[in-house]
Design a protein around this ligand. Sequence first.
Ligand code: NAD
Length: 437
Amino acid sequence: MKICVIGTGYVGLVAGAGFADMGNDVTCCDIDGEKIAALKRGQVPIYEPGLDKLIAHNAQEGRLAFTTELGAAVAGAQVVVLAVGTPPAPDGSADLSYILQAAQTAACALSGWAVLVTKSTVPVGTGDRIEAIVRQHTRHEFAVASNPEFLKEGDAVNDFMKPDRVIIGTSDPRALQTLQALYTPFTRSSDRILVMDRRSAELTKYAANAMLATRISFMNELAVLCDAVGADIELVRKGLGSDARIGAKFLYAGAGFGGSCFPKDLRAVLNTAKQAGTRLEVLAAVEAVNQRQKHLLAERLLKHFGGDLHGRKIAVWGLAFKPGTDDVREAPALVLIEDLLAAGASVAATDPVAISATRKIVGERVQYHASNYQCATGADALALVTEWHDYRRPNFERLHDIMRTPVVVDGRNVWEPAVLRAAGFTYYGIGRGRGAE
Ligand code: NAD
């Protein structure tokens, strides 16, 4: 099958390489010339485990190509995948300018029937808008389907190649047949293709992210209660998650959720509800709890140091919004850094892969270190924000020796309070009972 993927970000690149790996002929397009030039040289512009190998293999086999020439890539394709960004607009709604522009350009280049597949996360009804735009700009027959993507950064290749489910939102028989043929190789062991109307498919993506975000904010709220009443959220989590009706995933209290999806998708679905004349009370609370949570680490440090961080050096371990990615969009570490700088602290930061992405946002206002021990040297306190493997079992004796004062704020509850306290640290966790002392 000939496929054109528009947008070579986390979703488009993984999808393009994944489709090519199943034997399809895929061309990935982007308006970012530098990205495409890098991909043509064999360089992958994002960090995503396994993606470089998948791209190299399929490019070598001649099934995967990269271009800025959208027209040529669309012509002759049966499937045109829209995987461009839908970032938040100032009012919280999803900014659809990129996807509507991409749809228009693709429409102008259609050379015969094709299905335009919306993989980007878009508000309910966007498929109708895309359909109207394409109709204005082509004389060919076409279909527009929704096919939301559920991959998670850090494990995106596995998620794409072995999806829990594939949602196809269309009522067009030819589009359905084409997309079933495209996805059947990914779901061979059991039938995990769910077919529904386009609006329900669009909403399912927001529902999934909103549910996951709700679990996190729920635990963060309980963690505040744990601190207030002297209970340990980690024990509560285990007790709660072992209930088969609840399950153990996404029950970790921490420094709040970030990333390119949860925060923006929450705001977008809240906005959709507002436009539809209704209000999502639970999700409004999920968002408010998360905003508050992102300031918690800085608040702990400020309280510890008597409300003033001038002359204090704070080390920050972990900048990416979660381990396994270099994505820092809406990362809790960025909020912490701004709070610390505003309180007069000097900040040293480290991350295995996200320093360059952070530098683009924060600039040289913090010192960056490749080594986590160098980062902590001379620090008055250390905040762990992203639970990369390297940070889970550090040499605490060494850490104690190199820090100016042994104060740690464990924003992911990966360290044992008793172990840290026995090693001479002042330990603050999230909802660990004595965390608020
Ligand atoms: P991204 O910002 O990493 O990449 C988007 C790409 O689209 C950029 O390279 C940009 O240059 C390109 N682009 C913009 N307009 C274009 C145009 N007119 N023609 C060609 N290229 C264009 O975005 P992403 O993280 O891959 O997310 C893409 C969509 O998928 C979003 O709607 C997002 O919400 C959704 N999504 C993301 C994830 C994730 O984990 N990142 C998971 C599921 C769904």
